[in-house]
Write a protein that binds this ligand. Structure first.
Ligand SMILES: CCCCC/C=C\C/C=C\C/C=C\C/C=C\CCCC(=O)SCCNC(=O)CCNC(=O)[C@H](O)C(C)(C)COP(=O)(O)OP(=O)(O)OC[C@H]1O[C@@H](n2cnc3c(N)ncnc32)[C@H](O)[C@@H]1OP(=O)(O)O
Length: 259
């Protein structure tokens, strides 16, 4: 019964988001809808906080600068963040093609008041890339979407807990950030999706502590399928570290709750 209610809520939310986005209506900060999957969020929307019956607590946005960020990370973040705010007529801020995606460590917890609803919605579950609280230790990243070009850029600083080969980033961590960026772009383009295929070619090692750029772009959409290409490069773009292709398949909310 409870599971059905949650599913119904998710379904209604999934239907409502595109309508709100089309009308440029600020999304209420419903915690369940607050993850990076919220299409159309930009820095203006983030400043809107409406209280939510379960909790008025505002969770940490992990994609904002913190003291662990290197000057290079900060410079790249500022570069893309500035693209998100365009000056319009009379100095008014306009919504441009670039959107910064906020990023939280949990989607479900805040919508349920932190209650463990079932085996499906586990209270201790955390988003994989955001489950280490120590700043700079693991995945430090911020994602930006270009809604016109149907592309995404992620500024990624790889922390010391992500070691694979000595001094370098673990291949699984690289695949994870690729899945995250291509996934976020697909969610923006297609709503609820899951990764069906991820094909990764590792071309050159990524040193721990370095800052790299993850570029993702839509290749094509066919029915329920969204094909994305991705490259991880050095921060100046001169070195290719990784290339990938990803296939995402649109699913309905019920698919996530099938057991
Ligand atoms: C508003 C409410 C939202 C609620 C959201 C909730 C949570 C989101 C939370 C946070 C988001 C935050 C960040 C997001 C960041 C990253 C995203 C990460 C995403 C993942 O990390 S997700 C986990 C790993 N992922 C899986 O756990 C998937 C397991 N899997 C399946 O769930 C099924 O396998 C499925 C659904 C893929 C297909 O199953 P299905 O029965 O629905 O459909 P079917 O099999 O018919 O495939 C349909 C068409 O796709 C083709 N196709 C399918 N698979 C293919 C393959 N591998 N290669 C080539 N083509 C393939 C077929 O050939 C057919 O093509 P055609 O139509 O042309 O015949």
């Amino acid at each position: 019964m409870l599971r059905r209610a949650v599913s119904a809520f998710c379904y209604a939310a999934a239907r409502a988001i595109p309508a709100l986005r089309q009308r440029n209506i600020a999304l209420p900060q419903l915690p369940f809808l607050r993850a990076s999957l919220i299409p159309g969020l930009n820095s203006d929307y983030q400043s809107v906080t409406l209280s939510w019956p379960f909790s008025s607590f505002r969770p940490r946005d992990y994609s904002l600068p913190n003291p662990s960020w290197s000057p290079q990370m900060l410079r790249l973040y500022n570069y893309y963040n500035n693209l998100c705010e365009q000056d319009g007529e009379g100095g008014k801020k306009e919504i441009g093609p670039w959107i910064r995606l906020p990023s939280y460590n949990r989607t479900v917890k805040y919508a349920t008041g932190g209650q463990c609803l079932s085996k499906v919605l586990q209270a201790k579950a955390r988003l994989f890339t955001r489950n280490i609280e120590e700043e700079g230790a693991a995945f430090e990243y911020a994602m930006f979407l270009n809604t016109e070009e149907k592309a995404a850029v992620c500024v990624f600083q790889a922390g010391p807990l992500l070691e694979g080969p000595v001094g370098n980033l673990h291949g699984g961590a690289i695949a994870t950030i690729i899945d995250t960026v291509t996934g976020a772009l697909s969610i923006y383009l297609g709503g609820l999706v899951v990764t069906a295929n991820l094909n990764v070619n590792y071309r050159s090692p990524i040193p721990l502590g370095s800052v790299v750029l993850v570029h993702a772009a839509l290749e094509k959409m066919e029915d329920r399928k969204i094909y994305i290409s991705c490259q991880v490069t050095s921060s100046d773009g001169s070195k290719l570290h990784t290339e990938a292709t990803a296939l995402f398949v649109k699913v309905n909310v019920g698919h996530l709750f099938e057991r």
